[in-house]
Design a protein. Structure first.
Length: 290
């Protein structure tokens, strides 16, 4: 496995593969890898001839009061795990490599970046869109895999790729959960034992709402209340938002008359957790699919 720390090195590796006619799959991450990340790596290993994983805790997507300095980092063990999985290259750039002195260009994806996490993390998706654009330009992958856990990020990247005619196929991977339903996240390591227990309310709430939709409820207020009720029953959790939106535009749905994304963000103590579920209206569901 190639462990590249410079743009020049990874660019050369990818260029050689492209010249040999090989399809390159790319999984961008901030490291502290867990099974959510490795499930995306598996998709790339399956779909592409060569797989590159980047590990970069991107400062431009963190707000001033956010956890950039505390964010968990363990690049050596991440690289070892990726090597064992059969990943072909890891790109582990420094901050200076990604943002050399004088760097001053940012990518803003309007509309999709507003609302939900965008409202509470100003500048977050500008940072995400910028770093992904730079990474796509360096690696020029044929496909890039993103997790549905970060549903708004996925929508932002899809729009970015479409609008800027970036020549990369965006592939979405399903949310990987703990046995009790909590979505895996590098930030789960911040949770105390009690917070961790109570955090299971996010997915319980989402499933409750899905159940209501299955019974024919289509009003967003009812679905959102079901999620809020589960969260509010846990003293250490406080909801930041619960929204039912169109999964591509992130605009609120007035009725569940097509596929909706029910998305939630909460604080468990000082740790911010997000989760979501895609819900189809009853008439769109396949016979017997429940
Ligand atoms: P991060 O390292 O948090 O920036 O995440 C890197 C990629 O892993 C993003 O595409 C995330 O959506 C994805 N990801 C994180 N957690 C999960 C999860 N539990 N299930 C699926 N994908 C995930």
């Amino acid at each position: 496995m190639e462990l590249a720390r410079t743009e020049e090195r990874i660019r050369g590796v990818c260029e050689d593969w492209r010249e040999d006619g090989l399809q390159i799959g790319f999984v961008p991450t901030m490291g502290a890898l867990h099974s959510g990340h490795t499930s995306l790596v598996d998709i790339s290993l399956e779909r592409a001839d060569r797989t590159v994983v980047s590990i970069f805790v991107n400062p431009t997507q963190f707000g001033e009061k956010e956890d950039l300095d505390a964010y968990p980092r363990d690049p050596e063990s991440d690289a070892n795990a990726l090597r064992e999985m059969g990943v072909d290259a890891v790109f582990l750039p420094s901050e200076e490599e990604m943002y050399p002195p004088g760097y001053s260009t940012y990518v803003e994806v309007e509309g999709v970046s507003d609302g939900l996490c965008g409202s509470f993390r100003p500048g977050h998706f500008r940072g995400v869109a910028t770093v992904c654009t730079v990474l796509f330009r360096i690696l020029r992958p044929h496909l890039a895999v993103f997790g549905r856990k970060d549903a708004q990020q996925l929508a932002v990247i899809r729009r970015l790729v479409r609008d800027l005619r970036l020549d990369v196929e965006v592939v979405a991977g399903p949310i990987v959960r703990e046995p009790d339903g909590l979505a895996l996240s590098s930030r789960n390591s911040y949770l105390s034992r009690l917070e961790r227990e109570q955090a299971t309310a996010l997915y319980r709430g989402l499933l409750r709402a899905e159940g209501l939709a299955g019974e024919g409820r289509t009003d967003p207020a009812a679905l959102r209340s079901a999620v809020r009720a589960e969260i509010e029953s846990q003293p250490l959790l406080s909801a930041q938002y619960v929204e039912l939106v169109d999964p591509s535009t992130m605009r609120p749905l007035e009725r569940l008359d097509r596929r909706g994304l029910l998305a939630v963000a909460v604080f468990a103590g000082r740790t911010r957790l997000i989760d979501n579920i895609l819900i189809d209206p009853p008439e769109n569901r396949e016979e017997g699919a429940g």
